[in-house]
Write a protein that binds this ligand. Structure first.
Ligand code: F6R
Length: 244
C-alpha cells in the first residue's frame, strides 16, 4: 500500500480533488466509485468549487456509489443518494443517466444487487474507487465478521455503524435503518485503482490494523492489502499509530 500523509483534512481533500479532476481530464469517460460520510465532505466541496462554470466536463463521467440504506422512503433526505445530489451531483455537469446508485426501495433487494453488479460490468468496471473507513475497519457496509460477501449484497448493520450514521438521522442511532445494500469485497477489489481516505484520531486504530495488521475479515479494510494499486491518504490524527 502506498501511504500519503497530510497535516489536516483540508490539505488531504485538496490533493485528492486534484487527483480526481486530473483523472477526469485525462480520461473523460472515467468510471468513479464513491463513498458517502463525513470524510469525503472536503473532497466533494473541492470538486464542486473547482468544477464550477463547466471548468471540468463531467458529462461522460460515470459514478457508482458504494452503498445505500434499505427501506427508506424514496423521498427521504437521509438516503445516500440525496446526500450525493446535495454534495456533488447537483453542482457538476454529470449526466443523471451516468449516476449509478443502489435503490434501497427496490421491491426485490437481491435482484437490485445483481442489477448493480451488471451495471458496473457494463460500464467496463470501476477505474478509480474512493473509500472511507469505519472506526471498526468496515468499508462500504462490509462489517467485521467471520465471513464477508464477495459481491453487492444486503447487509445487516452493526450498532456501531448505526451510531456512526446517527448524525444524519436526528442524532438517534435507532432511527438508522437496520439494513443497507453494499458493494462487496470483490466488487471493491475489482476496481483498477483504489484510494482510501481517513481523517481524525478515531480512525487511527483501524488505519493501523488495515496497513500493519494481518489480513482479517474482522477488519475488512485489511483485505485491501491484496490489491496492487491502493493509496491510503491520512491526516495527522488517523496516522498517529503508523510506524515510520
Ligand atoms: C459510506 C461508506 C462507509 C464510510 C465509513 C466512514 O458510503 O462507504 O464505509 O466510508 O463509515 O464514514 P465517515 O467518513 O462518516 O467516518
Amino acid at each position: 500500500m502506498n501511504i500519503e500523509r497530510f497535516e489536516d483534512d483540508e490539505l488531504l481533500s485538496a490533493a485528492l480533488a486534484t487527483r480526481v479532476l486530473e483523472s477526469i481530464v485525462a480520461r473523460p469517460t472515467l468510471v468513479l466509485g464513491l463513498p458517502t460520510g463525513r470524510t469525503p465532505l472536503g473532497l466533494y466541496r473541492e470538486l464542486r468549487e473547482r468544477s464550477g462554470g463547466n471548468l471540468i466536463d463531467w458529462s461522460q463521467v460515470r459514478t457508482f456509489n458504494l452503498d445505500e440504506f434499505a427501506g427508506l422512503d424514496p423521498a427521504s433526505p437521509n438516503r445516500y443518494r440525496a446526500f450525493m445530489q446535495a454534495e456533488l451531483f447537483d453542482h457538476v455537469s454529470i449526466d443523471p443517466a451516468n449516476i449509478g446508485f443502489l435503490n434501497g426501495s427496490a421491491p426485490d433487494l437481491k435482484t437490485e444487487c445483481r442489477r448493480y453488479e451488471d451495471a458496473i460490468d457494463q460500464a467496463g468496471g470501476i477505474d478509480l474507487q474512493i473509500l472511507g473507513i469505519g472506526a471498526n475497519g468496515h468499508i462500504g457496509f462490509n462489517e467485521p465478521a467471520d465471513g464477508l460477501c464477495s459481491h453487492t449484497h444486503v447487509a445487516e448493520l452493526e450498532t456501531e455503524s448505526r451510531e456512526a450514521n446517527a448524525q444524519w438521522f436526528g442524532g438517534d442511532w435507532r432511527n438508522v435503518p437496520e439494513r443497507a445494500l453494499s458493494m462487496g469485497m470483490a466488487t471493491i477489489l475489482n476496481a483498477r485503482k483504489i484510494i482510501l481516505i481517513a481523517t481524525g484520531a478515531e480512525k487511527a486504530d483501524a488505519v493501523h490494523g488495515m496497513i500493519e495488521g494481518l489480513i482479517s475479515t474482522r477488519l475488512p479494510a485489511s483485505i485491501l492489502q491484496v490489491h496492487p494499486r491502493v493509496t491510503v491518504m491520512v491526516d495527522r490524527g488517523a496516522s498517529q499509530r503508523l510506524s515510520g
